[in-house]
Design a protein around this ligand. Structure first.
Ligand code: NAP
Length: 256
């Protein structure tokens, strides 16, 4: 399926997890993929080599999106490569913090909002001039923005209130950006994954974490990065041309 042949795509946080699977899916669909990473250079470079070995086009780009200058650093690099047109922008890079409400610190709270909200906000802003008719922006939100995952009241089960709030902010931005950018032909959507087996959700590797996850879901297996990546590839494609301003749950029917 070559739904993205001739298109340019940026995926932030593409070195690992959901971003990596998304970069692979977009490259398989024919796009030239800019593989952004923060600190995992080896993983990003191995993905670029993998894409090229399959006949695709990929480049690795580094920027710390938790840093105030990160978005500008990244967009300068993107501009050098794609010149004047970005068709697909996937704002996926993010961090989490699991802790009781009482134990959250101001430093952790600020780091979460800097990386998960300020980062994507200014990446989209800085790249706006490269986006145009037919471009698709996809944010990676979370189930946590609309429901409380797990059972945080239970002893030993952490909660994610500040992380969840960062994803709530992204859900708000989807609506505002979709409305503001729609007249230019730019679509803006989000996916809201449930628990996905990545480093971020490493608790799925324990029996307790796995049981807790399955107890919330209608579908009884742990979600994989490719489950999300395929939906992002759909939202990036022409097949979703009449969809904008949507936050699409990709969670195996979690917390129904
Ligand atoms: N896994 C889940 O259960 C789940 C559920 C709902 C939503 N999500 C969301 O999905 C997205 C991807 O999560 P994941 O599970 O794939 O996580 P992951 O495996 O931990 O990967 C996170 C990615 O984000 C990048 N990143 C983190 N902080 C960064 C920074 N300051 N600057 C640049 N890049 C940074 C990492 O790059 P480096 O390693 O190169 O630094 C990495 O590529 C996140 O937005 C997350 O909130 C995940």
């Amino acid at each position: 399926m070559s739904t993205a042949t001739g298109k340019t795509a940026l995926v932030t946080g593409a070195s690992r997890g959901i971003g990596r699977a998304t970069a692979q899916a977009l490259a398989n669909a024919g796009a030239q993929v800019l593989v952004h990473y923060g600190s995992s250079a080896a993983e990003a470079n191995s993905l670029v080599n993998e894409i090229r070995a399959l006949g695709g086009q990929g480049e690795a780009l580094q920027a710390d999106l938790g840093d105030p200058d990160g978005a500008a650093m990244l967009s300068d690099q993107v501009r050098m490569i794609v010149r004047d047109r970005l068709d697909i922008l996937v704002a996926n890079a993010g961090i989490t913090k699991a802790a009781a409400f009482e134990d959250h610190t101001i430093e952790e709270f600020d780091r979460l909002f800097a990386t998960n909200v300020r980062g994507p906000f200014f990446v989209v802003q800085q790249l706006l001039t490269l986006l145009g008719e037919g471009s698709s922006v996809i944010l990676v939100s979370s189930l946590a923005a609309r429901a409380v995952p797990g059972n945080p009241g239970q002893a030993g089960v952490p909660s994610f209130p500040a992380y969840a709030a960062t994803k709530g902010a992204l859900d708000t931005l989807v609506k505002h950006w979709a409305f503001a950018l729609g007249p230019r032909g730019i679509r803006v959507n989000a996916v809201a994954p449930g628990v996905i087996a990545t480093d971020m959700s490493s608790f799925t590797r324990t029996e307790g974490g796995r049981d807790l996850t399955l107890s919330m879901q209608a579908l009884k297996r742990i979600g994989e990065p490719s489950d999300v990546a395929d939906v992002i590839a759909f939202l990036a494609s022409e097949k979703s041309r009449w969809i904008t301003g949507v936050i699409l749950p990709v969670d195996g029917g979690s917390k129904l």
